[in-house]
Write a protein that binds this ligand. Structure first.
Ligand code: PYC
Length: 442
């Protein structure tokens, strides 16, 4: 066998060959940092591509990966204004599930969970999928009714979801206070065993590395400043009836017949550049993490009424999230109000963790649509496609969105799984109301 150091030297000395990795993942144990192979290439930005993807998060990278893997389309550039995974992909709480409320939502997120299940093998990178189960607590009669409704919709599509009583809740998560004497007694829960958590950064790196191996280019620090469109009905020649010709970036102009908006937080700003208006308001969503302690919380726990969801990482930290902040802004500042409210609500659920210390908090941006479903597929501008409006569901939808958007681009037709989420549904009044499946009430 070639010694590790020799292999690494060879990789370093032949930049035309794709880098090689240890079977376990990105880094080779024992290697000095200067010997680590680059995970994706750093190449010059070209003047033209077949497809330009705006946004280097899970959605953009997955779209690029599946374009190359499933359709052989590799003359693709992913443009990211900061670094890969710096937006919602690095700011979520890493929860995955498919227990949605609408049949369209259930089918869509179920496909994502299927792709997450085989991802470590497919990408040859341990993405640490932990299928630990997902439990949504009901504290009121009406919440219990919604859980029953969701369970029935789920079962019709063979999704493992059922309503359980407080004793079963206690068995699954012994740290929860299920006594009837609390302010909001737990009346039952929707239990979804296939749900769980996954390492979000690994998903980003895995897709980036896989896309890179197949020839896709990723360009960080490359901000899209404008989208070039000709022949549109708008005063600037953009909008309905127009055709995309490329993008203007801080590093020069790029021509491309297809531009895909895979951004979160900035989705409306990017679409406005093409003259396409989106029914989206952007709100921050805050999250926080505690110090690590011995593992005691075996499932993901969500409480809509108490506006909180929590899971324990493999390192032992509790990761909490809440509702979106009730005002539209692009600011990602954390607030003391959030921490105070979170602590109060968490202690109602788990009174015994009062001495745990919170280490960090952060925020991400959520693009909220009127029906809490995304906007996917073609727009009134030829060649300009959208994969946006993910609200609080973006991370869990990454794989299926990439797969389906790639099919949409390659076949120039709308795949069945994303047909319900086309932008034109708002003109037709054909909404897909998914608010009832939001982790917490917004
Ligand atoms: O919908 O499961 C969810 C979720 C978790 C965090 C934000 N949304």
């Amino acid at each position: 066998m070639t010694p590790l150091r020799e292999t690494l030297k060879k990789v370093k000395s032949d930049p035309t060959k794709p880098p090689r990795y240890s079977a376990a993942g990105l880094f080779v144990k024992g290697a000095k940092s200067e010997e680590w192979p680059r995970v994706w290439r750093d190449v010059d930005l070209k003047k033209s591509y077949d497809v330009v993807i705006v946004g280097g998060g899970v959605h953009g990278l997955a779209t690029a990966y599946y374009l190359a893997t499933n359709h052989g389309i590799t003359n693709v550039a992913v443009l990211e204004k900061a670094y890969l995974g710096s937006g919602g992909s690095g700011r979520n709480t890493a929860i995955v599930r498919s227990n949605y409320l609408t049949p369209e939502g259930v089918a869509f997120y179920d496909r994502s969970l299927t792709l997450y299940n085989t991802m470590s093998n497919d990408l040859n990178l341990n993405v640490m999928f932990s299928e630990r189960g997902h439990m949504t607590l009901a504290h009121t009669d009406s919440a219990l009714r919604t859980m029953r409704w969701r369970a029935e919709v789920n079962k019709l599509q063979n999704i493992n979801s059922s309503v359980i009583d407080p004793q079963e809740v206690k068995k699954l998560a012994p740290s929860l206070d299920v006594s009837p004497n609390t302010r909001y007694p737990i009346q039952g829960a929707l239990y979804h065993p296939p749900g769980g958590t996954i390492r979000h950064d690994a998903v980003v790196w895995g897709y980036a590395r896989g896309a890179d191996h197949r020839g896709v280019e990723m360009h960080q620090q490359t901000e899209v400043l404008d989208i070039m469109v000709e022949g549109g009905e708008g005063p600037d020649g953009k909008g309905r009836g127009g055709k995309v010709t490329g993008v203007r970036t801080n590093r020069g102009d790029i021509s491309a017949p297809i531009v895909v908006n895979c951004t979160a937080g900035w989705a409306t700003l990017i679409s406005d550049m093409a003259g396409v208006k989106l029914p989206i308001n952007t709100h921050p969503l805050q999250a926080a993490v505690t110090e690590p302690v011995k593992v005691f919380l075996p499932t993901v726990v969500v409480s809509g009424s108490l506006h909180v969801y929590v899971s324990q990482t493999d390192r032992g930290e509790l990761v909490f999230g809440a509702s979106v902040d009730p005002f539209a802004t692009y600011s990602m500042k954390g607030s003391l109000e959030f921490t105070e409210e979170l602590a109060g609500h968490v202690l109602e659920l788990m009174p015994n963790i009062g001495r745990m210390r919170l280490l960090r908090q952060w925020a991400g941006l959520c693009d909220m649509t009127p029906d809490y479903s995304p906007v996917m597929g073609f727009t009134p501008v030829e060649g300009f496609l959208c994969d946006v409006g993910w609200g609080t569901y973006g991370f869990k939808a990454g794989p299926v969105s990439g797969e389906q958007m790639a099919e949409c681009i390659a076949t120039q037709s709308v795949p069945k799984l994303i047909a319900p989420f086309e932008l034109s549904r708002f003109e037709r009044g054909d909404l897909v109301g998914e608010k009832g499946a939001a982790a917490v009430g917004h």
